[in-house]
Design a protein around this ligand. Structure first.
Ligand code: SF4
Length: 276
C-alpha cells in the first residue's frame, strides 16, 4: 500500500511505526478503528487525558496573556489544580521572554512528504536561543534515556532548525541555538534538558530520511507485527492482531508507554502553521 503523497509525518505516527509497523499501517493507512480500551481502568485513563488537555489549554491561554488569577478561578479538578499551581510556582527557569509562541505548528519537506510538529511552547531570544518546552502530565517522570530515544526529542529539535527561520529574525537557526525542555507537571523542579548540536542534527536528518524511505518500501498486505508484546499491552488492535493479553492498569505503563499516552494527537486544523 503506497503512502499517500499528501501524508504528513509527525512524531506520533513515526513513533508508532518504530514501535510497530503494523500499528502504523492499521492506524494511518487503513484508518482502522478498533474498540479495545488502551488502559484500565478506562475512566481513569480518560480522565488523565482530559485533564492533560485542560492543562495544555490553560498554559496556552496564559501564554496569550490571560491573567493567571482569571484562569485559576475556572480550575476545580484537584489534579489540574496541583499541576496549575506547580506551573505557576515552578515553571521552567530562565526561559527566553522576547518571543513566546504556544501551540505553534512548524513543517518542512522531507523526502517528498511533509514533516510536521506542533510545539507546546517555543520561547525565543531571536538570534540567540530557541527553547522548546513540552509539558508532560503523565503519571510518572520518564527516564532521561527514554526521552532521549523518543522520536519527539529528535524530530522537534531537527524541525526547529529546518523550519524555525521565521522565529529567528529571518536568520537560519543553528542547531547549537536550540534546546528542548521536558517539564513534568507532577515533578516541576526536575525538568529534563536536551541541548542540540550540528552532529546530532546531521544524524537526525539521516535517520529521519532513512526511516521515511523504509516506510515507503513496505508492500506487504500485513506489515510486520512488533515482536515485543509489551508494546501491545496498551494498543487498540490487540484483538485484531490476536495478541491475547489483557489491558494493564494505568500505573503499570512503562515509561515510554506513559509518555505516548499523554502525547496528544496534533489537531492541525486548529492551530496556525509556519510552513516552508
Ligand atoms: S496489538 Fe501489538 S502487534 Fe498489533 S498493532 Fe498493536 S502493537 Fe502492533
Amino acid at each position: 500500500m503506497p503512502i499517500p503523497s499528501n501524508f504528513q509525518f509527525t512524531q506520533g505516527n513515526l513513533q508508532d511505526y518504530v514501535d510497530c509497523p503494523r500499528r502504523f499501517q492499521l492506524r494511518y493507512l487503513l484508518q482502522c478503528t478498533w474498540p479495545a480500551p488502551q488502559a484500565e481502568p478506562l475512566a481513569e485513563a480518560e480522565k488523565r487525558m482530559e485533564m492533560g488537555q485542560a492543562f495544555h489549554r490553560l498554559v496556552y491561554q496564559h501564554t496569550l496573556g490571560i491573567p493567571a488569577d482569571v484562569l485559576t478561578r475556572a480550575v476545580t479538578d484537584p489534579d489540574l489544580a496541583r499541576w496549575w499551581h506547580n506551573y505557576l510556582t515552578a515553571p521552567p527557569p530562565a526561559l527566553p521572554s522576547r518571543l513566546r509562541r504556544a501551540e505553534i505548528v512548524l513543517s518542512a519537506p522531507l523526502s517528498g512528504y511533509r514533516l510536521v510538529a506542533k510545539y507546546d511552547l517555543v520561547a525565543v531570544t531571536p538570534g540567540e536561543r530557541l527553547v522548546i518546552v513540552d509539558w508532560k502530565t503523565g503519571p510518572r517522570r520518564p527516564a532521561r534515556s527514554t526521552l532521549e530515544s523518543r522520536l519527539q526529542t529528535r524530530l522537534y529539535r531537527y524541525l526547529l532548525v529546518e523550519a524555525g527561520t521565521p522565529l529567528n529574525e529571518k536568520q537560519p537557526v543553528r542547531p547549537e541555538q536550540v534546546q528542548m525542555i521536558y517539564w513534568f507537571a507532577d515533578y516541576p523542579t526536575q525538568p529534563e534538558y536536551f541541548p542540540y548540536d550540528t552532529g546530532q542534527f546531521l544524524a537526525d536528518s539521516d535517520y529521519l530520511h532513512r526511516l521515511v524511505a523504509e516506510i515507503g518500501q513496505h508492500n506487504e498486505a500485513i506489515w510486520p507485527l512488533t515482536p515485543d508484546e509489551r508494546l501491545c499491552l496498551f494498543c487498540h488492535y490487540r484483538s485484531l492482531c490476536a495478541r491475547k493479553i489483557t489491558t494493564g492498569p494505568l500505573n503499570d505503563l512503562a515509561d515510554e508507554q506513559a509518555t505516548a499516552l499523554t502525547d496528544f494527537d496534533v489537531d492541525l486544523e486548529q492551530v496556525a502553521e509556519i510552513a516552508l
